[in-house]
Design a protein around this ligand. Structure first.
Ligand SMILES: Cc1ncc(COP(=O)(O)O)c(C=O)c1O
Length: 407
């Protein structure tokens, strides 16, 4: 770890770190470093405690060092880590059964990240188009979206900052406004358009919750035109919003759903789930991943699904989310600088009337870890296992930090 000297604030040495380590400079990291975690708390080497209201960006939903997940990983590590997808993998088949069952889908492809899950979804859409005889199939995606950092997923992403410097982008994506079914309807008039890819709640875009019925309208439009509905549940899935998948709030089913982040509680795993015609597109040799769905990752994911079910964490996510929204709305009711408090389950955004990146540092000095999305939205993604007292601690510390920042 970099020696920061006694007078440099931890958060101000970011440039120095990039100058002195051999890491590529692609992250704007804080100097803060953790040496262990326990439930909703992270600890530095000096045992300074931080309440984690970010879960490693929606990953550690069961908290840190979850005993059941740790035991499953340890057991599997002593048995078999990896064989490759040249052979049957019972744990992968079990995980596919469990996931497709909770998601209402038919089959699964496993990979190692959200971007890879979305790559698989995009390949399914393209091949679906090609099998229909469309030479240049295109996919509608949304302004403000985030789908990953690979070339296809960054091209799908509706944020020019993510594109910048990486042109030429992968062709075949048409970006339209989020939460507006009419623009999707006109986009689908293009006969080359084979799919609509959308986050049920935009995460990186600033925790944008669309109107009720938005997904149902997209479902209807896709059905009318024979286009695939692809839902990117990488951030919103696996219980984050109070259902296994956020689309289940609207009782719609996509043709393709992608998952990653919380699926392994920190062990890298992604999944692309499909149903109907979309489930028939990939044939042997058309897609793959060396590590994807290996016994280690699948044993972790199976333990994650067990813990969420056993501890009824979908209900907890819903009730804790309602508690947070109500408590923050009350705290900020007289503050015109707070434009909105919104979210679903434990995916919560507090929108300010100004850029507020500094709040990450201010909150950390209050002992709570948060993140800022879209420049002016405090994003909270706490673990689903937080207690009522920890939820209150989040409200108190985050609102105190915001008042500090504003006053
Ligand atoms: C909605 C969404 N899709 C895809 C991704 C990319 O996931 P990964 O970083 O695991 O590739 C993210 C990551 O933040 C995301 O929020």
């Amino acid at each position: 770890m970099l020696n920061t000297g006694s007078c440099l604030p931890l958060w101000d040495v970011l440039k120095m770190e990039n100058e002195v380590t051999t890491l590529m400079a692609n992250y704007g990291r804080a100097e803060l470093q953790f040496s262990r975690g326990d439930g909703a708390y992270l600890y530095t080497a000096n045992e300074e405690q931080y309440l984690d209201a970010l879960s490693g960006i929606a990953v550690c939903s069961l908290g840190h060092a979850n005993p059941k997940v740790a035991a499953a990983i340890a057991r599997q590590a002593k048995t078999l880590l990896h064989t490759s997808n040249l052979y049957r993998i019972e744990l992968q088949e079990n995980l596919s059964d469990r996931l497709t069952n909770i998601a209402g889908m038919e089959n699964a492809f496993f990979c190692n990240s959200g971007a890879e899950a979305n790559e698989a979804a995009i390949k399914i859409a393209r091949k679906y188009g090609r099998t229909k005889g469309i030479e240049y199939p295109s996919v509608i995606t949304m302004n403000g979206s985030f789908h990953g950092r690979t070339m296809a997923t960054l091209s799908a992403t509706g944020n020019p900052k993510v594109h910048q410097g990486f042109e030429p982008l992968v062709s075949g994506f048409k970006h339209v406004d989020y939460n507006d079914a009419k623009v999707v309807a006109s986009g689908l008039e293009d006969p080359n358009c084979v799919a609509v890819m959308v986050e049920p709640i935009q995460g990186e875009g600033g925790v944008i919750v669309p109107n009720d019925n938005y997904l149902r309208d997209l479902r209807r439009l896709c059905d009318e035109k024979g286009a695939l509905l692809i839902l990117d549940e990488v951030q919103s899935g696996i219980g984050r919003t109070g259902e296994w998948f956020a689309y289940q709030h609207e009782k719609v089913l996509p043709d393709v759903a992608t998952s990653a982040k919380a699926l392994g509680n920190g062990v890298p795993i992604g999944a692309c789930l499909a149903r109907g015609i979309a489930a028939t597109i990939l044939s042997p040799g058309t897609h793959g991943s060396t590590f994807g769905g290996n016994p280690l990752a699948c044993s972790a994911a199976l333990a994650v699904l067990d813990v969420i079910s056993e501890k009824k964490l979908l209900d907890r996510s819903r009730s804790l989310g309602d508690f947070l929204l109500t408590a923050f709305r009350k705290k900020f009711s007289k503050r015109h600088e707070i434009l909105d408090v919104r979210g679903k389950g434990l995916m919560v955004g507090i929108e300010l009337d100004r850029p507020c990146g500094e709040l990450v540092k201010i909150c950390s000095t209050h002992g709570v870890l948060i993140n800022v999305a879209a420049g002016n939205v405090v994003r909270l993604l706490p673990p689903l296992i937080i207690t009522d007292d920890q939820a209150t601690e989040i409200v108190e510390k985050v609102s105190a930090s915001i008042f500090n920042f504003l006053d």
